[in-house]
Ligand binder design. Structure first.
Ligand SMILES: Cc1cc2nc3c(=O)[nH]c(=O)nc-3n(C[C@H](O)[C@H](O)[C@H](O)COP(=O)(O)OP(=O)(O)OC[C@H]3O[C@@H](n4cnc5c(N)ncnc54)[C@H](O)[C@@H]3O)c2cc1C
Length: 472
């Protein structure tokens, strides 16, 4: 029997052979990156590429075994907040910048693939989000109106002509959508559920972000032998920030039965890429207290996912379904509370030379009071699987009468910042501390841009104030 009941398709595919290197003494280094998920790996990558600094990456478990190894692997330049909501809170320019920064991650990803000659499969294509209610249609159109006004890219919006016969939209939206038969919308969303009346399109992709992170780590270890070190099963327990340097108290998390040991790391700057704030305290010896603010900065939500396999006879796709049933429950101001379900399909090599399509469905969540209370080895909760089953029966083409056999069921922790936006940059109370964190449900693309931005900050590039800036 497998001792870990939480194996995602991504960790199943990892089949890693690289030995684990655990810290075994005090050391002095230049920059410490804490956290070996996609954010930490990307931050280390860009720092090594754009600076000549020495980087030590410290991971409490193993590389990519956090959210990066338990997500849906959809690459999307979206946030868990509607564009209109961001404009309301931060203004048009900052909202546009945030979207454009995240879109720029596609360029960065292409560059990384070319430079490191990566082999991890990555597909990109047009993906779709489906909506059932007028409030969502109007919001999508308002977002496009604002984007058009700002001179940035708008997203195609398709609205069912049958719905438009019964519903009038304001004149100002008339050039911002295309009218199509509802059957086209259902076909884009791969569903027979006639409640869907609108689909928006945007560039999406699929990747195994754990495999990608592991491959990049291999590249960094091979390419920057003199400037890059990685320790796993090594946790930072306390970061003491001084005026000119940082001391880190680290603990080994040995799984081999040997007792834990504590060591000191001395560095010039530290970058937290820890998703949330598990197992770490901050002591600021050169300014106002940070720890309290820091620990209130995130809330935990466990995301549950399941995947089944099919024949390899359809192209990859990534779809989002805004699935609530009651029109009255649609409250655009509280978008976060609106349940949505996401589906991806991608080619997947189950065993060597055994290719299938892997269909992943996610959506159900469970809040946890403290992120450290999340047990990554906990079994899957049956009721969350039933929500996924119900969605599949209602929405996935030709699955009404099927009893699905899931090949994988897994969960992962998503740490939400109060703004539901990633935090990227240096701590106003002590600039030796940097953040690239806050999973916030969708985080692959923002992690990449976050890593790039931090590296550019280290070489003196100035950035306009941004939605991602750490709060004072
Ligand atoms: C169910 C689910 C579905 C998702 N689907 C998508 C999706 O489709 N698309 C998308 O873009 N995003 C998705 N996400 C979000 C995405 O996975 C995350 O935003 C991204 O992986 C975050 O990467 P990270 O490196 O910030 O965090 P993680 O991958 O969690 O890495 C953080 C690492 O820091 C380590 N760490 C923490 N504290 C310490 C410490 N004190 N010392 C040392 N190490 C420490 C942890 O062990 C961990 O490995 C999903 C997330 C979940 C859970």
């Amino acid at each position: 029997m497998n001792p870990n009941p939480n194996i995602s398709p991504w960790l199943y595919q990892l089949k890693r052979t690289r030995p684990v290197d655990i810290i075994s003494g005090d050391l002095t280094t230049d920059i410490v990156v804490v956290g070996g998920g996609i954010s930490g790996i990307m931050t280390a990558y860009f720092l090594l590429k754009h600076t000549n600094r020495e980087i030590t990456l410290v991971e409490g478990s193993k590389v990519a075994h956090g959210a990066t190894g338990h997500n849906a692997g959809q690459i999307v330049s979206e946030f868990e907040r509607p564009f209109t909501d961001l404009v309301r809170e931060y203004g048009l320019q900052k909202a546009v910048d945030a979207e454009e920064n995240t879109l720029y991650s596609w360029v960065l990803l292409d560059e990384i693939y070319a430079e490191a000659k990566l082999q991890t499969p990555l597909s990109s294509f047009m993906g779709y989000n489906g909506y059932k209610h007028r409030a969502h249609v109007v919001d999508a159109l308002k977002a496009n109106l604002l984007r058009q006004y700002a001179g940035t890219v708008t997203n195609p919006v398709y609205i069912a002509k049958e719905w438009l016969l019964r519903n009038k939209l304001p004149e100002e939206f008339k050039d911002l959508f295309q009218t199509v038969p509802q059957s086209d919308i259902l076909s884009l969303l791969e569903t027979e559920n006639t409640e869907y009346i609108c689909a928006t399109a945007l560039k999406k992709g699929c990747v195994n972000s754990a495999l990608l992170s592991e491959e990049i780590v291999g590249y960094l270890l091979a390419t920057f032998k003199a400037r890059f070190r990685l320790f796993e099963h090594t946790s930072v327990a306390l970061a003491s920030l001084n005026k000119d340097n940082v001391n880190l108290a680290v603990m080994t998390n040995r799984k081999d039965g040997n007792p834990e040991e504590g060591y000191q790391m001395h560095c010039n700057q530290v970058i937290l890429c820890t998703n949330g704030f598990e197992r770490i305290r901050i002591k600021n010896n050169s300014g106002d207290e940070i720890d309290a603010k820091f620990h209130h900065m995130v809330n935990g939500d466990i995301g549950y996912m399941a995947a089944y396999i099919e024949d390899l006879n359809h192209p990859p796709t990534a779809l989002g379904y805004y699935d609530q049933d009651e029109t009255d429950s649609v409250n655009i101001d509280a978008y976060n509370d609106i349940p949505y379900v996401y589906k991806t399909r991608r080619p997947y090599e189950l065993e060597k030379n055994e290719m299938h399509n892997l269909i992943c469905i996610g959506g159900p969540e469970q809040q946890v009071a403290e992120t450290q209370d999340y047990d990554r080895y906990a079994p899957f909760i049956k009721e969350k699987g039933e929500i996924i089953d119900d969605f599949v029966r209602k929405n996935v083409l030709n699955h009404k009468d099927k009893t699905l056999e899931y090949k994988f069921k897994w969960h992962g922790i998503m740490c939400y910042t109060p703004s539901n936006m990633r935090v990227v940059g240096s701590e106003p109370k002590n600039p030796l501390l940097y953040y690239n964190l806050g999973c916030n449900g969708v985080g692959i693309m923002t992690s990449i841009f976050g890593g790039y931005k931090i590296a550019k900050m280290f070489v003196g590039e100035k950035f306009a104030p941004s939605i991602f800036d750490p709060k004072k």
